[in-house]
Design a protein around this ligand. Structure first.
Ligand code: MG
Length: 338
């Protein structure tokens, strides 16, 4: 039994700017777990929003007693063990959990979407994300994304209207808008959402800081547009309270600590009558394909993290103009390209 990992720098096709950061390179940690002649893959895409770095991921891995991973089928036990090592480190935990799932699928010969009870014809359309930029660059990016039927637009800086107007100067397609906690006053958020309501926007994601749930509740009473939680979604335990302020949640395998936890969150959200979006970080096809295996169970997909990079070292679920196409290989269905 072996557990190996290495840092890998993802090169972005375009500088990626959201309300709190701007990046050209995103380092991730790729993981290989080997047992009984089966090699399984995992990935951690650490996120500064949650105080994670490649170093913190490596430090977490260094504390794992590999004997605890002897029986990958014991997913509950393994997840409890990982949680006992740290309250945080969601992306590092996700990497291990993804590899355990890949191993189980390969051992049993079952693609994970089938293991989860989904049908691969039911993956919702995925958005293509346009980061914050100058109007000229936004227009170029929107034209490049012409084949994607739905776009996700990042806002949350003072030039929101300018961005949406630039998008609308070249396309009428539906938009989903993500403010990444960028609007700090509820009055400002209300004004922006009212304006967005005139722009064929399907929903608004995390308009205000995660901690300001009372303000979001106030907002929800005043707007028709669905409000989706992202940064506010820490774990399944947060869902009942979030349901009092938000219409849906954005579940991410990396942010929420792996496929087992993401699946529990899907059921918790359904029990609270919430809509579900499956989101991602900037990730290789390992992380994106892991999330894609859950996508037949959700309402909206935002799984374009691997499309935004130029050096994906794996091939997995295909993204054909927003249609996520799962393959029938056992486990994750990812293959290293070298
Ligand atoms: Mg988001």
């Amino acid at each position: 039994m072996k557990l190996n990992y290495r840092r890998y720098d993802l090169n972005l096709k375009h500088t990626f700017t959201i309300s709190r950061s701007s990046r050209d390179v995103v380092p991730v940690v790729l993981l290989e777990f080997e047992k009984d002649g089966i090699t399984a893959y995992g990935e951690a895409s650490p996120n500064a929003r949650y105080n994670e770095t490649c170093e913190s991921v490596a430090e977490f891995f260094s504390r794992i007693d590999i004997d605890r991973l002897l029986e990958p089928f014991r997913l509950e036990y393994i997840n409890d063990y990982l949680d006992s090592l740290s309250e945080h480190d969601a992306s590092a935990k996700a990497a291990i959990d993804i590899a355990m799932h890949d191993w189980i699928g390969k051992k049993t010969g079952i693609p994970l979407y089938r293991y989860f009870g989904g049908e691969k014809e039911k993956t919702p359309l995925s958005t293509f994300t346009i980061g914050i930029d100058t109007p000229e660059v936004i227009i170029r990016k929107v034209i490049e994304a012409a084949n994607y039927p739905v776009l996700k637009i990042k806002v949350g800086l003072p030039n929101d209207e300018e961005i949406i107007k630039a998008v609308r100067s070249v396309t009428n397609k539906p938009l989903r808008v993500d403010a990444n906690e960028g609007w700090t006053s509820k009055e400002e958020a209300l004004e922006r959402i009212n304006w967005l309501s005139t722009q064929n926007v399907e929903f608004i994601e995390q308009p205000m800081p995660a901690a300001q749930i009372d303000d979001v509740r106030w907002l929800r009473e005043r707007v028709k547009m669905p409000i989706i939680a992202d940064e506010a979604v820490s774990s399944m335990y947060a869902i009942p309270e979030l349901a009092t302020a938000y219409d849906g949640i954005n579940i991410k395998v990396q942010k929420n600590g792996g496929l087992l936890k993401a699946r529990k969150m899907i059921y918790a959200a359904r029990a609270n009558r919430m809509k579900i979006m499956l989101g991602c970080m900037i990730e290789t096809s390992v992380g994106i394909t892991a999330a894609a295996q859950l996508s037949p169970l959700v309402d909206w997909n935002d799984l374009d993290g691997n499309v935004l990079i130029s050096n994906d070292p794996f091939r997995g679920a295909a993204n054909e103009n927003g249609h996520i196409v799962l393959n029938d290989d056992p486990g994750l269905g990812v293959t290293p390209l070298s």
